[in-house]
Design a protein around this ligand. Structure first.
Ligand SMILES: NC(=O)c1ccc[n+]([C@@H]2O[C@H](COP(=O)([O-])OP(=O)(O)OC[C@H]3O[C@@H](n4cnc5c(N)ncnc54)[C@H](OP(=O)(O)O)[C@@H]3O)[C@@H](O)[C@H]2O)c1
Length: 332
């Protein structure tokens, strides 16, 4: 029930009316009896700074950020978590109170995170242990960036990024390899220089994000165009579609990979969640592969955001029910 102590969270984006994040988060608050409320805020790009400053003034606890603000919003934040910095986009903001040492007053700072990549990785690790696995990612857009950086620090052995525009796959793959190799070197020299201090690179103390770093320094980074899919899938363990192929209303478009290209030990994740059962997942089922729908990433990225704002673990089953209920109420 909303009362004088209710704290506010919300989604900022443009447009936001089709989002089901509010249903998912409000279902958590109800199930855990927490005095929070989550609303959708349609914010135009010119009003983005006002939305951040206003949240600080009004004691908003957190925002999720969606298209088109994930990159632009970064310039209005006080701190950015190192993974969000590496990815170059923010999808979660925590408005955190702190004591200003000079004025001895309570102030609020806006801290940016990216939970998209970790959401996808948590969804995939429900089905498969990623240690030493080969992962093929289709697409090199915004969602692919978040997933590529996060999955590359999840203990895997090989990351192959394939995209219609292969130049974009090359840029993302090279950036991932260079930044993570650099991070690994700094981590190692930090460890030897300050053996009993915490890792300086992890600027925020968010445990969910911090504990997930496992970079294999011999990891293979590859990239190419979509003609390479069949060859790369032969010995792959995981296939992730991050392209918008199959997204409503184009639900009958030919999937980028068909059953004949897959094998039964493959785990196939399509991050498109409208429809839930995409053409790619139907092909994966024909091949006898394990499938992970895009709703799982949506749920887990929301669960990590909730953890950042409140410190509580989110009830995944409650979120799942809320997502399926809202999806079934939508016309498409
Ligand atoms: N489950 C979740 O929580 C979640 C979260 C974020 C996004 N998503 C979904 O992920 C999808 C991508 O989002 P995004 O933000 O990454 O979009 P984006 O930045 O616009 O990237 C789109 C990607 O799809 C590729 N693509 C588009 N049409 C294609 C076609 N006909 N054939 C082959 N490739 C095609 C693009 O290739 P080019 O580079 O060649 O154009 C690019 O790699 C959307 O469907 C979105 O709804 C889901």
């Amino acid at each position: 029930m909303i009362n004088s102590k209710t704290q506010l969270m919300g989604l900022i984006g443009h447009p936001v009316e089709h989002s089901i994040s509010a249903n998912m988060h409000n279902a958590i608050y109800k199930a855990l009896n927490l005095n929070y409320a989550y609303l959708n805020f349609d914010v135009k790009t010119d009003d983005l700074k006002k939305a951040i400053d206003g949240a600080k003034t009004l004691n908003v606890l957190g925002y999720n950020v969606t298209i088109p603000h994930k990159i632009n919003v970064m310039k209005y934040l006080d701190e950015i978590d190192f993974m969000a910095k590496m990815i170059g986009a923010v999808n979660t903001i925590h408005f955190k109170e702190y004591q200003n040492d000079k004025t001895k007053t309570l102030c609020t700072k806006a801290i940016g995170y990216n939970t998209d990549g970790i959401g996808a990785v948590e969804a995939i690790t429900e089905e498969i242990n990623l240690k030493n696995k080969k992962v093929v990612v289709l697409g090199a857009g915004g969602a692919s960036r978040a997933i590529a950086f996060q999955i590359a620090i999840s203990g895997i052995n090989e990351l192959v990024i394939l995209n219609r525009t292969d130049e974009k796959a090359k840029i993302l793959s090279n950036e991932c390899e260079n930044k993570l190799t650099q991070l690994n070197k700094s981590n190692q020299s930090n460890k030897s220089n300050q053996s009993n201090k915490s890792n300086q690179l992890h600027t925020q103390n968010n445990s969910k994000i911090k504990e997930k770093i496992d970079f294999n320094e011999n990891m293979i980074f590859k990239y190419g165009n979509l003609l390479n899919i069949e060859e790369e899938l032969k010995n792959a363990d995981v296939l992730i579609n991050t392209t918008s192929v199959g997204l409503y209303p184009n639900i009958n478009d030919k999937p980028l990979a068909i059953a004949d290209m897959m094998h039964s030990d493959l785990v196939v994740n399509d991050i498109v969640y409208n429809p839930i059962d995409t053409g790619l997942l139907k092909e994966a089922k024909i091949a006898g592969a394990k499938t992970i729908p895009g709703t799982k990433m949506l749920i887990y990225q929301g669960a990590v955001s909730f953890n950042i704002w409140t410190g509580h673990d989110a009830p995944i089953d409650v979120m799942e029910k809320a997502v399926y209920k809202s999806r079934s109420q939508l016309k498409h």
